[in-house]
Design a protein around this ligand. Structure first.
Ligand code: ATP
Ligand code: MG
Length: 249
C-alpha cells in the first residue's frame, strides 16, 4: 500500500512564552491509502491539532505534511484550499448546514462548481450517496426536519460527494446517540471498503473498534498504537479500553 498522508517532525505551539502550549511535539506519522485510523487520547493531548495539521487547516511551527507526496505547507493559500477541496473531506461533531437550503442542495453545494454544466449528473451522484448513507427520502426536507443522525449522515455525504481520497473527522459521532452513532460507523466502514482513507478523532472505544489502527496520543506526541486485522469486536474493545485506562482517558 502506498503512503497517502505523511507528517515529518511536525511541531505546533499556541501562545507566547509563559502561556505557551506545545500542542504537537515533533510528531511523525505515515498513513497508508485505504487505512481506517482512529486517534484517541486525553483531552488536550493534541488530537484535533494533529487532524487540522494533516488536513492543511493550520500553520505549523516546524515540520512538513505530504499528501500523496505533495507538500501541503509549501503551497500558497489559494492552492492549498483548492488542493484540500479536491483531495479531502471534513466532518465535525456538529454539522453546519444552511437552513435556507434543503438537504439535497446542502449536500451538493460544495460540488456545484465542479458540475456546473451537468447538474443532473451531480444530483444523481448525490442521490446514490444518500442511498448508501441510508437517508434517501430526505432530499427535500429542511435541515430542521431530520434527526441529528440523519443530518450527520448528510454532512458526510456532502464531505465525500466530490470524491476525495481522504475523509477527516473530529468527533463525528460525539453528539449522537448510540443507534445513530452505529449508523454513522456503518457508513464510514462502507466508504472505507470503497477505497476511502479515513482518519477520525474520537473518545469512543466503539468508534475505534471499527478502525484498522488506533493511535493513542499523550502530551502532543504519539504514545502508542494498536493494529487490528482479524480480531473480533469484543477483543478490540477490551484492548482499546485497557489502553484508555492506562492513559487515564
Ligand atoms: N487556538 C488555540 N489557542 C491556544 N491553545 C490551543 C488552541 N488550540 C488548541 N490549544 C491547546 O493545544 C493543546 C491541544 O489541543 P487539542 O485541541 O489538539 O486537544 P484535543 O486532544 O483535541 O482535546 P479534546 O479531546 O478536548 O478535543 C491543548 O492544550 C489546547 O488547550
Ligand atoms: Mg479535540
Amino acid at each position: 500500500m502506498t503512503t497517502i498522508i505523511e507528517a515529518r517532525n511536525i511541531t505546533k505551539t499556541f501562545g507566547q512564552e509563559k502561556n505557551q502550549t506545545v500542542a504537537l511535539n515533533n510528531v511523525s506519522i505515515a498513513i497508508k491509502a485505504n487505512e481506517f485510523v482512529s486517534v484517541m487520547g486525553p483531552s488536550g493531548s493534541g488530537k484535533s491539532t494533529l487532524l487540522f495539521a494533516l488536513g492543511g487547516m493550520d500553520t505549523l511551527d516546524e515540520g512538513c505534511v505530504y499528501i500523496n507526496g505533495v507538500s501541503l505547507y509549501e503551497m500558497d493559500d489559494n492552492r492549498v484550499a483548492d488542493f484540500r477541496r479536491k483531495n479531502m473531506g471534513f466532518v465535525f461533531q456538529n454539522p453546519t448546514m444552511l437552513p435556507s437550503l434543503d438537504i439535497l442542495d446542502n449536500i451538493m453545494l460544495p460540488s456545484f462548481e465542479d458540475y456546473k454544466n451537468d447538474k443532473s449528473a451531480l444530483t444523481q451522484k448525490a442521490q446514490n450517496l444518500m442511498k448508501l448513507a441510508g437517508i434517501e427520502g430526505t432530499e427535500n426536507r429542511k435541515i430542521t426536519e431530520v434527526s441529528g443522525g440523519q443530518l450527520q449522515r448528510a454532512s458526510i455525504c456532502r464531505a465525500v460527494l466530490h470524491g476525495p481520497e481522504i475523509l477527516f473527522g473530529d468527533e463525528p459521532t460525539g453528539a449522537l446517540n448510540s443507534k445513530s452513532s452505529e449508523e454513522i460507523l456503518d457508513l464510514f466502514e462502507e466508504l472505507n471498503k470503497n477505497g476511502m482513507t479515513i482518519l477520525l478523532v474520537t473518545h469512543d472505544a466503539k468508534v475505534s473498534a471499527r478502525a484498522n489502527r488506533v493511535i493513542f496520543m499523550k502530551d502532543g506526541a504519539l504514545e502508542s498504537e494498536l493494529y487490528f486485522e482479524n480480531e473480533d469486536h469484543q477483543t478490540r474493545l477490551v484492548l482499546i479500553n485497557q489502553k484508555m485506562s492506562d492513559l487515564g482517558i
